[in-house]
Design a protein around this ligand. Structure first.
Ligand SMILES: CC(C)(COP(=O)(O)OP(=O)(O)OC[C@H]1O[C@@H](n2cnc3c(N)ncnc32)[C@H](O)[C@@H]1OP(=O)(O)O)[C@@H](O)C(=O)NCCC(=O)NCCS
Length: 178
């Protein structure tokens, strides 16, 4: 367990054109976040949303992020640690704000905060279209005991993937003096 706050975690993202903001969400307002996150849980209840938030905060206090439009909370995600990677724990956008790019902006925010860590997520068939539309690739799949298929999907920060190579093959070639 790590309680460290990194610089990336405390950053606030602001889109100057729309005024849309993404910021670390204060625990004192977890009730609002839980209501929105409800739809990202199998149960669809704000209690389940609360559990998702509590699990993320148990890892570190600053693992919950809120997207605000004109000061109103319209989207939430949790960012979990998963080995060397970061994982989207849960993500949801308020019903009347969907399909306007907010979900994508939240994923991009998670990618930005992940720095060099790969960003991964797990989803069922239903959520797959959204993640794929945002640039995630399937890296694995497994059959859940319930019979549904769960996909493990991943996204690397732009610039870290090279054609025909892995991040391990990156080398820094110093520019020779002229
Ligand atoms: C999934 C969810 C977060 C998407 O948020 P959103 O703000 O509507 O998504 P965006 O508008 O940013 O969409 C980004 C891209 O994903 C696509 N997309 C969004 N929802 C989709 C869906 N249900 N199926 C397929 N594609 C979808 C959009 O068409 C868009 O692609 P495009 O630009 O090529 O058209 C939102 O629908 C939601 O909260 N759902 C309930 C919770 C949930 O299912 N969470 C995800 C699994 S845990």
């Amino acid at each position: 367990m790590s309680g460290n706050t990194s610089n990336e975690d405390s950053l606030v993202f602001i889109d100057p054109q729309s005024g849309f903001e993404i910021r670390p969400w204060p625990a004192s307002r977890d009730g609002e976040a839980a209501t929105i996150l409800a739809d990202s849980t199998g149960e669809g209840t704000s209690e389940a949303g609360h559990r998702a938030i509590d699990e993320a905060r148990a890892e570190a206090p600053d693992r919950v992020f809120g997207g605000l439009m004109s000061g109103q909370l319209v989207g939430v995600y949790t960012l979990r640690r998963d080995g060397m990677a970061n994982r989207i724990g849960n993500i949801a956008v308020a019903k009347n704000h969907r399909r306007r790019g907010i979900g994508r902006a939240l994923l991009q925010d998670a990618l930005r905060r992940s720095g060099r860590r790969p960003l991964v997520a797990e989803t069922d068939e239903e959520g797959l279209g959204f993640y794929k539309a945002c640039g995630f690739k399937i890296v694995g799949r497994r059959k859940h005991p319930s019979g549904t298929v769960r996909y493990r999907i991943g996204w690397h920060a732009p610039g870290l993937r090279f054609k025909g190579g892995s991040t391990n093959s990156l080398t820094h070639k110093p520019v020779k003096d002229q």
